[in-house]
Design a protein around this ligand. Structure first.
Ligand SMILES: *Cc1c(COP(=O)(O)O)cnc(C)c1O
Length: 378
């Protein structure tokens, strides 16, 4: 059997253990510590941002972003429907309700038109504007942020960017996650960089940064005994995990460059197969990290994304269907939805290809070969 090709496998840089060993030698085997401070500093330098807080997960970052934006029970939050459930679930943690907004075909991200329609209609139905907007840069592709920020400003609704998949992507020269009011990153095992598990919240100012750190460490007031005036969380990143992050940040630029190279290899390798389209930036405003290279299969083809996924699996190649939109999830069956079915069409016709920065040119060629053979057998 051929060696297995994974979708997005962790890619270690080599120095991770050094940071962890330092933590051990100084007994910093705790949440917080010097690696956490250093990891935050490296993220800030890379993002050209000043207020990054390392947290235990991207989901925790999204949750604290909503808390900071004042989302509470009974509120509505506009959320991109085409995403992973972790973009929407924290809305429920707050006792609030998501209102799902469809994607547009250029970026596959939140449709500015559907967003504005949703805002106007929610005001009509509930008498109030939604409390926040969660926009996602899916698969690393930057959303249409100028249009979305303009609509958000028109109705005075803050924006939380879910940049979990988009570390290193830029929009008009700015790093994704630093454009909205808050931005969330993920360092889960399959993302651009890993801390084995972790995330970060990009905050707009020192005050928000201080408050997020306070909430993430159980909201302990500075008193000689445990004293609490707010509900806190245990959401800080451990000093051990942050050591992995410090080692990973030594190579972030190479990792992003390699994912982009892999996307280019697929674009070239699949160019001679009519009906297969590699998802690519619509304009020069957007530069994707191409966390995952994704393809769309035209309706005219004699096979479905699931057929292709199974053919790849038979060759020991892992691919994955696109995210199933939140408005098609049983758990969110009752949530309002605004759109024309764009994300549903993408879900039905798309596939994610192996894209980890650790993959070799030969491995990408094996995937292209397998797709090409399957294509011509149909
Ligand atoms: C991975 C991911 C998250 C959650 O991040 P975790 O670190 O796994 O909690 C949120 N949103 C999107 C779009 C993701 O891909």
């Amino acid at each position: 059997m051929n060696k297995r090709i994974f979708l997005s496998f962790p890619h270690l840089g080599g120095n991770e253990m050094q940071y962890i060993n330092e933590a051990f030698s100084e007994s910093w085997v705790v949440p917080l510590g010097p690696n956490v401070d250093e990891f935050e500093r490296r993220l800030e330098a890379y993002l050209s941002a000043s207020n990054v807080v390392a947290l235990s997960a991207g989901t925790a970052a999204l949750h604290l972003g909503l808390v900071e934006l004042g989302v509470t029970a009974g509120d509505e939050v506009l959320c991109q429907s085409f995403t992973f459930a972790a973009s929407a679930n924290p809305v429920k943690y707050q006792g609030a309700n998501p209102v799902f907004v469809d994607s547009e075909p250029d970026t596959w991200n939140m449709s500015p038109d559907a967003l504005e329609r949703a805002i106007i209609d929610r005001k009509r139905v509930t008498g109030r504007y939604p409390k926040a907007i969660v926009v996602v840069h899916l698969y690393g592709m930057p959303a249409k942020m100028s249009e979305i920020m303009a609509i958000a400003a028109r109705y005075n609704i803050p924006v939380l960017e879910d940049a979990a998949e988009a570390l290193g992507s830029t929009y008009k020269g700015r790093k994704c996650g630093t454009i909205g009011n808050f931005g969330a990153l993920s360092f889960n095992g399959n993302k651009i960089i890993t801390t084995s598990g972790g995330g970060a919240l990009i905050c707009p100012n020192d005050e928000a940064e201080r408050h997020v750190k306070f909430l993430a460490t159980q909201a302990r007031e500075p008193m000689p005994y445990y004293y609490h005036k707010e509900i806190g969380y245990n959401y800080r990143l451990s000093n051990i995990s942050a050591g992995i992050g410090c080692g990973q940040m030594e190579h972030i630029a190479e990792r992003v460059a390699r994912r982009r190279e892999i996307h280019a290899l697929y674009a070239k390798g699949l160019a001679s197969l009519p009906g297969i389209t590699v998802h690519t930036e619509p304009t020069a405003d957007a530069v994707s990290n191409f966390w995952l290279t994704t393809i769309l299969l035209d309706d005219s083809l004699q096979f479905s994304p699931e057929d292709l996924r199974q053919a790849l699996e038979a060759e020991n190649i892992e691919s994955r269907r696109l995210w199933r939109p939140m408005n098609m999830q049983p758990v969110y069956a009752d949530a309002p939805f605004y759109g024309d079915g764009c994300a549903e069409r993408l879900f039905n016709r798309g596939l994610c290809l192996p894209s980890g920065s650790i993959l070799t040119d030969e491995e990408i060629a094996r995937v292209v070969d397998c797709i090409t053979k399957f294509y011509h057998s149909k």
